[in-house]
Design a protein around this ligand. Structure first.
Ligand code: CDM
Ligand code: ATP
Length: 286
C-alpha cells in the first residue's frame, strides 16, 4: 500500500484537575480524555526520495512548524528510514480550541507513516515520540479513552458513557501557555487517591481563569448551561454539554445557532482513527 487516508479525531477533557507544578514549569494533571467522532482528515502518499511535504497550508502555521511535519520528520530521523511522504490535510477542528486538533494530526501522522514506511515500532515507542511533540499526543496514539496523570502521558484506559455532545466553538483562540502561566490558576487540587473519584461531574480547574479572560467563553458556557451542565475542555476555548440522543443535541444547537457556533458529535471510547486502522488490518489479512 502506498497511500492512506485517515481521520484525526478531537478529544474532550471530561474533567481536569491541576494537582501541582513540576520544577520545569509543566503542570501535573488528573483528567479524563474521551474522543469525538468528529475531526480532521489526512492523506498520505509514499515518496521514495525522503522528502516530507505537507501540501495544505494552515493560516499562521509555517510549513516546518506544523505538528504534522514535525511528527513526520522526527519519526523519519529516529527510525532512520530513507522514505518520505506527501501529506494533505482537511482541517475541520478549530485551532486553540482545547479539543486537541494539532496533537491529533501529529498522532495520525505517526501511525500512518509507521504503517506506510513499514516500521517495526510498537505503540509505546510511538507514544513516547508523541510526548516530545505535545502532552496531548500520546492519548491520540493509543486511541482509548483514558484517565491521565502526570502531564497527561500516564494513561489508564477507562470507559465512560458515550453520549452525544454539543460542542460550542467561541470565536476566540485561547493560548495554552497563557492559561498555564496565569497567577490565579488553581494548582493545588487534591489528587484522586486523597478523595473520591468524581462521578462524571467534577470540574475543569482552568475554567475560572479562562472565563475571566475571555467573555466569549463565559457567554458560551451560559448559553449551553441553560440546557445541560456545560464545561470547558482543556484550556478552551471550546465548551461542551452531554445529551442522551443526537436529536436532543441537534435541537439545542439549533436553538443556540443565532448567537453560537458549534457542532454535534458522539463521544467515543475507541477513537475513529483506531477503528479505521483496525478495519484496514482486517481487510489486508482477509
Ligand atoms: C490542557 C491539555 O489540553 C489537557 O489535555 C493539555 O495538557 C495541553 O497539551 P498540549 O496542547 O499538547 O500542550 P503542550 O504543547 O505540551 O504545552 C504547551 C504549554 O502549556 C504548558 N503546559 C502544558 C501541559 C501541562 N501539563 N502543563 C503545562 O504547563 C507549558 O507551558 C507548555 O509549554
Ligand atoms: N496541524 C496543526 N493543527 C493545528 N494547530 C497546529 C498544527 N500544527 C501546529 N499547530 C499550532 O498548535 C497550536 C495549538 O493547536 P491545537 O489545535 O492543537 O490547539 P488545542 O485544540 O488548544 O490543543 P490542546 O487541546 O492540545 O491544547 C495552534 O495554535 C498552532 O499554532
Amino acid at each position: 500500500m502506498t497511500t492512506l487516508t485517515l481521520p484525526a479525531p478531537a478529544k474532550l477533557n471530561l474533567w481536569l484537575h491541576i494537582i501541582g507544578r513540576r520544577p520545569d514549569g509543566y503542570h501535573e494533571l488528573e483528567t479524563v480524555f474521551q474522543f469525538l467522532d468528529h475531526g480532521d482528515e489526512l492523506s498520505f502518499a509514499l515518496r521514495e526520495d525522503g522528502v516530507i511535504r505537507l501540501h495544505t497550508e494552515i493560516e499562521a502555521v509555517p510549513h516546518d512548524s506544523n505538528l504534522i511535519v514535525r511528527a513526520a520528520r522526527k519519526l523519519q530521523e529516529q527510525s532512520g528510514t530513507r522514505l518520505g511522504a506527501d501529506i494533505w490535510l482537511t482541517k475541520v477542528l478549530p485551532m486553540g480550541g482545547g479539543i486537541g486538533g494539532g496533537s491529533s494530526d501529529a498522532a495520525t501522522t505517526l501511525l500512518a507513516l509507521a504503517h506506510l514506511w513499514q516500521l517495526d515500532w510498537d505503540e509505546d515507542r510511538l507514544a513516547g515520540l508523541g510526548l516530545t511533540l505535545g502532552a496531548d499526543v500520546p492519548v491520540f496514539v493509543r486511541g482509548h479513552a483514558a484517565f491521565a496523570q502526570g502531564v497527561g502521558e500516564q494513561l489508564t484506559p477507562v470507559d465512560p458513557i458515550e453520549p452525544w455532545y454539543v460542542v460550542l466553538v467561541p470565536q476566540v483562540s485561547v493560548s495554552t501557555v497563557e492559561i498555564f502561566s496565569h497567577p490565579q490558576l488553581t494548582r493545588d487540587s487534591l489528587p484522586l487517591k486523597m478523595r473520591p473519584v468524581p462521578e462524571g461531574n467534577s470540574r475543569n480547574d482552568c475554567q475560572p481563569v479562562v472565563e475571566q479572560s475571555y467573555p466569549e467563553v463565559r457567554n458560551a458556557l451560559n448559553s449551553l448551561g441553560k440546557f445541560t451542565e456545560a464545561r470547558l475542555t482543556g484550556t478552551g476555548s471550546c465548551v461542551f454539554g452531554a445529551f442522551p440522543s443526537k436529536a436532543e443535541a441537534d435541537k439545542v444547537l439549533a436553538l443556540l445557532s443565532a448567537t453560537q457556533t458549534g457542532f454535534v458529535a458522539k463521544g467515543s471510547n475507541v477513537s475513529m482513527l483506531h477503528r479505521k486502522l483496525q478495519s484496514l488490518v482486517k481487510k489486508s489479512s482477509a
